[in-house]
Design a protein around this ligand. Sequence first.
Ligand code: ASP
Length: 329
Amino acid sequence: MQRRNFLKNSSAAAAGLLSAPLLTSCKEETSTQMTASNTIVPIRPIAICTWNFENATAKAWEVLQKGGTSLDAVQQGAMVEEADTNNQTVGVGGRPDREGNVTLDACIMDKDGNCGAVLYLQNIASPVSVARKVMEETPHVMLAGKGAEQFAYEQGFQKTDLLTEKSRKEWLAWKKTSEYKPIINIENHDTIGILAIDKDGDIAGACTTSGMAYKYAGRVGDSPLIGAGLFVDNEIGAATATGVGEEVVRTVGSFLIVELMRQGKSPQEACEEGVKRIMAKNKDRTDFQIGFIAINKKGETGGYCIQPGFTYRTFTEEGHTNTPSASFL
Ligand code: ASP
């Protein structure tokens, strides 16, 4: 779809039954924006996510195209992966901890810096949706464990068995040979971090995961931590992470990347710098994976990973692309 049509259609949806002349002026008013450095840039709606989750960005794009907000877009995009039992690191079907319990972490952040998160949440299929409820319905930012689960039921979420037969069988097999030791499993990294810009130029992000497979009971990674797994600053841009959460927490990774963009770096340069900071503290290690993706206010994107193999998925009016990211090693 051409940009002009997209803007027209998205304005139409937002404006309900507005007449055609008004639509035109609506488009004029919303097609550019002022950045933090006082430059006028075009608004470029976009949805971008970690890895190759084409259904997630397609869903987010569908929301944006109908004139929806970036907040709705990232939530609904993330929910696609949470519901997909074939994705064993997010939501239903996620791999369990070493006790056999699936525990989920998620967060969401909007254009105004509002945010919500759930940590160590069990029995609920869409942690990102509970995180949004925490943001909108409580005075808090984070709810954890039983309290988060209780809150979810109060909000109308249904109790769901998250452990699929496939994940259960794999866990039983793991127990036979693992000596009960959680490992840094570089192949287990399909956390979805998703960022979007809507027709008003507003940015939001979400991140959701079942975390590291066979982790210690109680372990929480970076994904639900605002600043580590996700950060949004509507004046600058947004970033999100996937990979070994402990390393992302140590560097407050996503906040770092947004701050680097604030200092003038492009999303790509900022992601590269973030990964290099982590590697500077881990000079001899090649056994883990961390990838960042970022967008800035202009709708430019970037992605960088410690190891080769990381891709990120983008959806814009030009269609969708899967970009293999550059890597450190
Ligand atoms: N970052 C997630 C965590 O550490 C896992 C991942 O992205 O693979 O929980």
